[in-house]
Design a protein around this ligand. Sequence first.
Ligand SMILES: Nc1ncnc2c1ncn2[C@@H]1O[C@H](COP(=O)(O)OP(=O)(O)OP(=O)(O)O)[C@@H](O)[C@H]1O
Ligand SMILES: [Mg+2]
Length: 248
Amino acid sequence: MTAPVLKVSDLKKSYGAIHAVAGVSFEVLPGEIFGVIGPNGSGKTTMFNSVLGQITPDAGRIELNGQDITRLSPVELNQRGVGRTFQTLQVFGKMSVRDNLIVAAQEHQGSMFGRMFAPGDSGLGARADALIDQFRIRHVADKKAGELSYGQQKLVDIAMAFMSEPDLVLLDEPCAGVNPSLVGGISTLLKELNKTRKGSFVVIEHNMDFVMDLCHRILVMVEGKVMALGTPAEIRSNKQVLDAYLGA
Ligand SMILES: Nc1ncnc2c1ncn2[C@@H]1O[C@H](COP(=O)(O)OP(=O)(O)OP(=O)(O)O)[C@@H](O)[C@H]1O
Ligand SMILES: [Mg+2]
């Protein structure tokens, strides 16, 4: 059996009386694109933030390639090859697209010293340029990110997560607020990145067509718990999921 890249066991996080994540377990396999769906407030982002060291879970264990990473900081996780995008845009509007990418990598390295003493952009420029081409945003690379459309900014935001050359990337709603005409492009791009960079992705998204087309397996969260886990076809025909979520 293939060893999982990410293993989450009985993860829990409450806010007062709200059990945002109430005992979630799942495994993500190498090279897998793993979807997470569920109604608003079902605990998807809280689960992400617990895995990513952004918030401290109350209970549970998280393993990356067999190693316990529970309660590591976001910077430590990034150094171990975990990247992420946030539900809201993280681009700096006044900075060029290319500089946004370079700064993102420097942030990931977690060191101000790196930023102060690194000669030039320490090779990050070449990495940024490769991503700019792969994301097909060369024509806006020198523009201020704030001047781009929301969808294009979202592309920059996703590209930023890949600057640290992560093995595992968690994306929180990559299509949120994006013009429907761009959604297919994001899907194609993620499939391409999955092939060329051989990474594993975990993708939270409300856009069902996108999730069903992109993901190898899908986890359905409802009220902080796992309602179902399976292939897109299995999830689409799961009566409980249809009643609770998809049929709405
Ligand atoms: N910092 C917080 N303080 C208090 N309650 C919180 C906090 N963060 C999340 N919650 C609550 O936890 C529950 C899960 O929220 P979460 O953001 O994880 O849901 P989600 O599945 O990501 O929703 P959406 O699809 O709308 O992004 C919600 O009831 C939310 O109000
Ligand atoms: Mg969320």
